[in-house]
Ligand binder design. Sequence first.
Ligand SMILES: Nc1ncnc2c1ncn2[C@@H]1O[C@H](C[S@+](CC[C@H]([NH3+])C(=O)[O-])CC(=O)[O-])[C@@H](O)[C@H]1O
Ligand SMILES: O=C(O)C(=O)Cc1ccccc1
Length: 245
Amino acid sequence: MSDIDDQPDRIYQTPQDNVADFTFDAAVARVFPDMIKRSVPGYAETVAMSGVIAGRYAQPGSNLYDLGCSLGAVTLAMRHAVTAADCRIVGIDNSESMIERARHYVALDDASVAVDLRCADILQEPLTHASVTALNFVLQFIDPQQRLQLLQNIAAATLPGGVLILSEKLQFDEQEQAIQTDLHHDFKRANGYSDLEIAQKRSAIENVLIPESEGAHIERLQQAGFSRVIRWYQCFNFASFLAIK
Ligand SMILES: Nc1ncnc2c1ncn2[C@@H]1O[C@H](C[S@+](CC[C@H]([NH3+])C(=O)[O-])CC(=O)[O-])[C@@H](O)[C@H]1O
Ligand SMILES: O=C(O)C(=O)Cc1ccccc1
């Protein structure tokens, strides 16, 4: 088996005294396709429809951004859907392990749209001439104090008629939260995770993944400079919004 082959996610199988905060390190990058598919309800649909949305909103001569691209799943979905001329897809992630693997997957793909993968902090990297930006399951890991600034930067870089696809884990009122959490954990159990794995992963992400309500997201997207926001998809506690400039 080569070093680049991905592996099944067994990260939280063994009991740990103190579960460390979750990070996007080499061990996570290696199991990431399996982890995200078994952990995020609707992940495959969100990736595929991000491609469909990109196909509609890509403008000739523009940039399409995949911010927090991980292994480049959305980068590749966009690459196969875009028909507008002279577009470039820019995938950015600050995890070296993720970008290294993303480069491998992009090299195996033979579509012709230009792809530029960068290991950088999306809070620092300049963005310009954007027709489509995907921020899929990433804002939830950004310091809440910096979220508005990031969305303002994206909105300022977005061309008239351009869009942001924002996908997030959502927070609900207490009663709905209890129902959604049960369903999410049932989904994980149906995908082969044990109660121990579910509990340990929950502790690991507790301080690093900070979800917000749909209302908070919509209000902030409007404050950042997007004129219209549509929730185009939801599967249990994960949703995706289309924000149009
Ligand atoms: N400040 C930052 N700068 C750059 N990257 C960051 C930053 N903070 C976190 N990341 C990166 O954001 C990604 C979040 S995963 C995205 C899935 C992908 N969008 C997908 O559709 O497959 C979501 C998840 O695992 O739930 C990781 O690769 C981090 O390194
Ligand atoms: O696993 C979870 O509970 C999640 O909320 C999603 C997730 C997926 C991959 C890495 C971190 C969090």
